[in-house]
Design a binder for this molecule. Structure first.
Ligand SMILES: [Zn+2]
Length: 574
């Protein structure tokens, strides 16, 4: 595929995705001069106990930062934004999301992580077909495995990744998510990586680019550079650090998906060491090698250090070492004791977790580990993970956490449901759920010094939620309104580093229609490649929606045709 590795990506501006700033916003957006904006008269949740929360207050933005939060602030030369009837709070922050999968939105909505192949699963449809362009025999996923279908290339070109990233960011900005982590498992060539980073940077959202894996097709002539090597700035993480992340004072920062084991097979240093040597935050736990090392062993390895406040583990399911741990009981009893070595290490070293709670519930990762985290004094952050199965909407994440934890606790409160008399886990509050997608999100992104609370001196990442709305008013409890009542339609305005990026329910400076056209065209290009001639075999046709040629099953269940046999047929009664 000539040109694949060399495709250069035009910026959003050049590609015609941007639009002019509306006239009424000129004063807010400014022309590069330092601007002051006064958010006047909203309910203010600073989420910083030293600042406090207010039934009514003003927030002054000065350039990039929050200058003041107080009951009344004189406007002076500031542009005044009327925030009466709104909640003014820190922007939402999620901590694990594969942006490149935006093209495959809800493609396997009914699908699970793994299953009996060739059931349509994340492993087969998303990772094999859409990501690597290669299917191996059942049970041999990954290498070496017996290849039964192979395109000879990955289905995505860099330009497809670029638009995917832009849409992922704009979409989340419209939902009030001012910062997200892009877990980039599409680093197939340096050009693919560059396109993803460019998409993040062009979007104007705050992001952690979590440098993860890709499909090594160097045998077919495509250059492959991941993960890079210590002291080497010509490839992999070292190249990225030098090219894009020499400054920390920018919206996009560097993460690295390496673990506490060898950075790559045979490496004399660990993934933690490699990432840290280039100033990267250590996320994911789902990329590269290095997470296969038992956590107790990894913690005993002096090369990994003892301060793990720069480490976030994604999907902390099934990390307990005794069977009852997930609901928090533990043989020693809730709430102070647990036998889980993983969680003790995580607590003692100040590390973070990212629970993709709604995805984990839907796709079979295991029970989201809220109780385990809370038992160890860790406030988990939340993440949407994959658009192939679920929304990125932060209200869904908060509500999912709130209801799941209560379902577990409330069920155990019934004697019939709890013959073993397990201790009943604590309920989550609305406020705790809000803290998970703000403070905990910032901490699990290595950015709590910059964002996560409305604290003077921090950068002004702010969401303004419309509470005076037909389906939320009158407002009687502020955290409850956010977690149990609201959805993305209540997001009115969004600021990132003091800049308005979403205003009166619309993205600022983007031609959304063109963006949507381009993302659909990218989806169609990728699909055409998948359905095109393969180097080896063809996509197998089975009794489910693996059609030939393969395309998403548009109107029926994507994944369960005759596979859900546990329950009797039900009768529709129209
Ligand atoms: Zn993931």
């Amino acid at each position: 595929m000539a040109g694949l590795a060399g495709t250069s990506i035009a910026s959003g501006q050049v590609a015609g995705l941007r639009s002019a700033t509306p006239r009424d916003l000129q004063n807010l957006v400014g022309d590069g001069r330092r601007r002051r904006i006064l958010l006047r008269g909203g309910v203010v949740l600073s989420l910083d106990p030293r600042v406090g929360d207010f039934e009514k207050a003003d927030v002054l933005i000065d350039g990039k930062t929050i200058a003041q939060v107080a009951p009344t602030i004189s406007a002076g030369d500031a542009e005044v934004v009327d925030c009466s009837g709104t909640i003014v709070m820190p922007g939402f922050i999620t901590t694990h999301h594969h942006h490149y999968e935006t093209l495959g939105r809800s493609i396997i909505a009914d699908g699970r992580l793994n299953g009996v192949w060739p059931e349509e699963t994340y492993g087969t449809v998303v990772q094999n077909i859409w990501t690597t362009g290669r299917i191996t025999e059942p049970g041999t996923r990954g290498s070496p495995g017996k290849v039964i279908w192979d395109l000879g290339r990955v289905p995505y070109d860099p330009e497809d990744l670029y638009i995917s990233e832009v849409v992922a960011c704009l979409s989340e900005m419209s939902e009030g998510v001012t910062c997200g982590t892009d877990t980039s498992q599409a680093n197939h060539t340096p050009a693919h990586t560059d396109a993803m980073i460019k998409g993040l940077m062009d979007s104007g959202r705050r992001s952690v680019f979590d440098y993860g894996g890709g499909t090594d097709r160097s045998a077919e002539g495509f250059p492959f550079e991941a993960p890079g090597a210590m002291n080497d700035t010509t490839k992999g993480v070292g190249r990225l650090a030098k090219t894009y992340f020499s400054s920390k004072d920018q919206l996009v920062t560097l993460g690295f998906g390496g673990g506490p084991g060898p950075a790559f097979p045979g490496a004399p240093y660990t993934g933690f060491q490699l990432g840290r040597s280039f100033g990267a935050f250590l996320n994911s736990g789902t990329s590269f090698s290095g997470w296969q090392v038992p956590i107790v062993e990894a913690a005993a390895d002096p090369r990994n250090g003892t301060d793990w406040s720069d480490v976030t583990r994604v999907h902390a399911t099934h990390l307990q070492d005794e069977p009852l741990a997930q609901i928090g009981a533990g043989s020693s009893g809730y709430p102070n004791k647990s036998d889980s070595k993983f969680w003790e290490i995580w607590r003692d070293r100040g590390a973070h977790v990212s629970l993709a709670n709604v995805i984990e519930m839907a796709m079979g990762h295991g029970m989201p580990a809220f109780q385990q985290a809370l038992n160890h004094g860790i406030l988990p952050s939340l993440s949407p993970d994959v658009d192939t199965n679920m929304t990125t909407d932060p209200f869904s994440l908060m509500r999912g956490a709130f209801c799941l934890q209560r379902a577990l606790a409330n069920d155990l409160a019934f004697k019939e449901s709890n013959p073993g008399n397990l201790p009943i886990p604590q309920l989550l509050t609305s406020r705790q759920c809000i803290e998970m997608v703000t403070i905990a999100g910032a901490a699990a992104s290595g950015l709590l010094n910059k964002v996560g609370t409305l604290t003077p001196g921090k950068e002004a990442d702010i969401v303004i939620l419309e509470a005076r709305s037909i389906n939320t008013w009158p407002m009687n409890n502020v955290p409850g309104t956010i977690v149990t009542m609201m959805n993305p339609r209540h997001v009115r305005d969004v600021f990132i580093a003091g800049k308005v990026v979403y205003w009166k329910h619309g993205l600022v400076g983007w031609n959304v229609d063109r963006v949507l056209t381009q993302v659909q065209q990218a989806r169609d290009r990728v699909l055409a490649r998948i359905n095109g001639p393969a180097k080896v075999g063809k996509i197998p046709k089975y009794n489910n929606s693996f059609a030939d040629p393969y395309r998403p099953n548009f109107l029926e269940s994507c994944c369960f045709k005759g596979q859900n046999k546990a329950s009797p047929e039900y009768v529709l009664r129209p």
